[in-house]
Design a protein around this ligand. Structure first.
Ligand code: IDP
Length: 165
């Protein structure tokens, strides 16, 4: 028997969300998770942790060198965050739409019902994070859920193609 590849058996997609330290500090965790479930996301994993500076720098490595990088890592290490593995069809785009624009003020004017408009604080402290692509979702899921969970969920979504020839 030869392994020929793998095919998708589920239209479910996975994204990595975080409830950032400002929203945790301000008591918005339950409201954000309720909004997420009301929008059809399944919470497949959750971990509550406080990032070290080195972990925050690694998570946001693509922004290293930008003027807001130090402020971002200081903010992201200022208290615990809640990391969530979220699943639903079209999870990556739908979660970003639910969060709204990056800047809280812009979110308030352009998407007043969005999570960042409702729960964010300012341009950096914007309540939530969401992966922006398949590649980031895979990297960020492995960052937060390095053990079996991320692997198990991936295996549930693909089927090996085996043939005799
Ligand atoms: P995203 O979180 O909407 O994907 P990114 O551009 O990837 O936005 O930025 C990552 C995070 O860095 C933002 O969520 C926000 O916390 C912070 N950030 C982004 N742009 C700025 C800025 O211009 N000033 C201050 N902080 C910023």
């Amino acid at each position: 028997k030869l392994f020929k590849g793998a095919c998708l058996v589920s239209s479910v997609e996975r994204t990595l969300a975080m409830i950032k330290p400002d929203a945790v500090r301000n008591g918005h965790v339950d409201s954000i998770i309720a909004a997420c479930e009301a929008a059809g996301f399944v919470v497949a994993g959750r971990t509550d942790q406080q990032l070290t500076t080195s972990q925050a720098s690694q998570f946001y490595a693509e922004h290293e060198g930008k003027e807001f990088f130090a402020g971002l890592t200081t903010f992201m290490t200022s208290g615990p965050v809640v990391a969530l593995l979220l699943e639903k069809p079209n999870a990556i785009k739908d979660w970003r739409a639910l969060m709204g624009p990056t800047n809280t003020e812009k979110a308030k004017s352009e998407a007043p019902e969005s999570l960042r408009a409702l729960y964010g604080t300012d341009g950096t402290q914007n309540a939530t994070h969401g992966s922006d692509s398949f590649i980031s979702a895979a990297r960020e899921a492995a960052f937060w859920f390095p053990g079996d969970l991320a692997k198990e969920r991936t295996l549930a979504m693909v089927k090996p193609i085996i043939s005799d020839t």
